[in-house]
Design a protein around this ligand. Structure first.
Ligand SMILES: [Zn+2]
Ligand SMILES: [Zn+2]
Length: 339
């Protein structure tokens, strides 16, 4: 007793008593560098099991952007012994920023220190003849911002690569801040269809869709960043230059203010939503009859958009005859790099 309030100013690791590098209020847990790494990896495994994401025999495709979340995820899954390959999509966002170039550099640096990794690469320009900004300009979607073209292209390509190469599941590095922001936005607008689907696991509801999982959904962004730093992962620090002013960033800022006032509230908001949904205490439904998945006439991927999916419509005009339409959509070219 008494021996020392003043000595406890620096939080100590709960496992070993060394000075802590992180304190996680929502878990009431302070940890040193060594024990934080260990905890982070084990907690990821617990999330994978809790939501039945995948098992050791499954082949996992990790979407890697070069940022901290995706590289940390690839690192953890590899440490846990999972069969996890990477997928990088070269978006060609290099106008004055070298964003895409630096992203691929970060991934290659990461792989160089970890022999035995396999990276699938799809370059937009190489496969489709146009970068994301060029595609967005030509199709005039998104009022000067290529984000909608980028989002739909990434979804399409990830799905195609996963299915074509026989992966069981696609894993993305979405963290708690991402998921809570989406949940907040969907709740404010009572987007019941989106709320029904928001989950750490998106089941493949159609044979043409790959199963999707988010093993980092219970980590705060700062926790993933701390892990990347203590692991010495040199990631791409810059956000995509087009993400400035995106609506999700606005919701993230709102939630950060809430979190400062009431630490742990983001974690509660998201995990209690999942718990209540799982127990059947709250249920959401897709609007009746609105979601009919049909294979796209051109590429075969399931779509709700009608005969031709939004991706193929970037090349196909409504007045084209079916044979011509099939020829105008370029085919995906896959490159593989190994370490
Ligand atoms: Zn320790
Ligand atoms: Zn299509």
């Amino acid at each position: 007793m008494g021996e020392g309030r003043r000595h406890h100013r620096v939080p100590r690791c709960k496992r070993c008593g060394q000075p802590a590098v992180i304190f996680m209020r929502q878990h009431r847990l302070a940890l040193c560098e060594t024990h934080y790494q260990e905890w982070f990896v084990n907690y990821t495994q617990r999330t994978i099991e809790k939501y039945h994401m995948f098992r050791p025999e499954h082949r996992i495709l990790v979407a890697v952007s070069g940022g901290k979340d995706s590289l940390a995820l690839w690192d953890v899954l590899t440490q846990l012994g999972y069969k996890a390959d990477g997928l990088y999509i070269g978006l060609g966002i290099d106008e004055g920023t070298r964003y895409s170039e630096l992203s691929l550099e970060a991934i290659r640096g990461f792989m160089a220190e970890r022999p035995g990794l396999r990276l699938n690469i799809v370059d937009m320009k190489e496969s489709y003849g146009e970068t994301i900004p060029e595609l967005a300009r030509r199709t005039r979607r998104g009022r000067g911002k290529p984000c909608s073209v980028c989002g739909l292209s990434k979804r399409h390509i990830m799905n195609e690569v996963a299915l074509r190469e026989g992966y069981d599941v696609l894993a993305t590095g979405h963290n708690l801040d991402d998921e809570a922001a989406v949940l907040f936005q969907n709740t404010l607008h009572w987007q019941t269809g989106y709320l029904a689907r928001q989950s750490p696991v998106l089941e493949a509801t159609h044979p043409g869709l790959v199963r999707k999982v988010k093993p980092f959904c219970r980590f705060y962004e700062r926790e993933v960043a701390a892990y990347a730093i203590v692991r010495g992962i040199e990631y791409q620090y810059d956000e995509c230059p087009f993400s400035v002013g995106a609506t999700t960033i606005y919701y993230k800022e709102l939630l950060n203010r809430l979190e400062r006032q009431s630490p742990g509230s983001k974690f509660q908001f998201y995990t209690q939503f999942l718990n209540a949904k799982k127990k059947g205490l709250i249920t959401f439904h897709e609007p009746e009859g609105e979601v009919v998945l049909r294979p796209c006439r051109i590429c075969g991927q399931p779509t709700t958009a009608g005969e031709i999916c939004a991706f193929c419509r970037m090349w196909v005009r409504p007045d084209m005859d079916p044979e011509e339409a099939k020829k105008v959509v370029p085919t995906l070219k896959l490159r593989v790099e190994t370490s």
